[in-house]
Design a protein around this ligand. Structure first.
Ligand SMILES: NC(=O)c1ccc[n+]([C@@H]2O[C@H](COP(=O)([O-])OP(=O)(O)OC[C@H]3O[C@@H](n4cnc5c(N)ncnc54)[C@H](OP(=O)(O)O)[C@@H]3O)[C@@H](O)[C@H]2O)c1
Length: 254
């Protein structure tokens, strides 16, 4: 039997990129996946891919920046399945205006709400469901920018992703006595649609050298399959051809 048979996994940002790959990987491992994002169409496409491979998927669209819609989705999951074993807290976004010179209050609000507040809302919504079972795994997609502030990612994104790292560690500090485990995943560059929001366009060749969605999706699957008595608190995943390192090497030569 697959390791996650009978488990319910809520994956946010499941219509594209890392979230889509994680949903597919978790479904292959036997989980029933609940797919959330704002746009219904890409979620339906993910669900169709999962079902075509013999897996189970349910679409629950919504804007995670709105606490009320998060509460509604979590309540619907509990009503339908009576449990939520895994949360892949992955939805996130960035904006084109990333320097302090360009950043507006509205832009900062969007990035902080879209990466940090939304992650808090989802966590707060699933913890009571997990506590009842004395079991649960939360996997949050932060970023390398959540460990080292990055001008490429911008001040609001760096700050929000640092917040996601801190959030995850506090969950373990408090919820370990309830059998609940939290892991924060910090990826470097992954070739996903979020790169289309970069101020400097990223070429096809550069995307080909980056980590791919499936690489991170498989890591998330691995974390979700760990035995209940252990937790990987934090993990970084990067492309071997790390553009930051390569730029440093080139600077060193000049
Ligand atoms: N790609 C990278 O290089 C990289 C590196 C480090 C970390 N990350 C993080 O990885 C996560 C996944 O991103 P990705 O790279 O896979 O990019 P992506 O393909 O753009 O995925 C982001 C997903 O989040 C959803 N989303 C965004 N805001 C939402 C909201 N308010 N409510 C509900 N869903 C929302 C989007 O769907 P809708 O637009 O339909 O809502 C989209 O499917 C993000 O947290 C990102 O910050 C990415």
């Amino acid at each position: 039997m697959a390791v996650l048979t009978g488990k319910i996994a809520w994956v946010t940002g499941a219509g594209s990129g890392i979230g889509q790959a994680a949903a597919v990987a978790l479904a292959k491992e036997g989980a029933t996946v609940v797919l959330t994002g704002r746009r219904k169409e890409p979620l339906e496409e993910t669900a169709a891919t999962i079902k075509a491979a013999g897996g189970k998927a349910v679409v629950k669209a919504g804007d995670l920046m709105k606490a009320a819609s998060v509460t509604k989705i979590a309540a619907a999951i509990e009503k339908q399945f009576g449990r939520c074993d895994i949360l892949v807290n992955n939805a996130g976004l960035n904006i084109l205006e990333r320097s302090w010179k360009q950043l507006s209050a509205a832009g900062a609000e969007q990035v902080i709400d879209g990466n940090l507040s939304s992650a808090f809302y989802c966590t707060s919504a699933v913890l009571p469901i997990m506590r009842k079972k004395k079991d649960g795994v939360l996997i949050h997609t932060s970023s390398m920018a959540g460990r080292q502030a990055s001008l490429l990612s911008g001040p609001a994104y760096s700050a929000a992703k640092h917040g996601v790292v801190a959030m995850s560690h506090t969950i373990n500090m408090e919820e370990c006595v309830n059998g609940i485990r939290s892991c924060v995943v910090c990826p470097g560059e992954v070739a996903t649609p979020i790169l289309d929001k970069r101020p400097v366009p990223v070429t096809k060749e550069e995307r080909g050298r980056m980590a791919q969605s499936e690489d991170v999706g498989d890591l998330i699957r691995y974390i979700a399959c760990l035995p209940a008595h252990i937790v990987i608190n934090e993990v970084m995943i990067n492309p071997t051809w790390n553009r930051g390192y390569v730029a440093n090497l080139q600077r060193g030569k000049s």
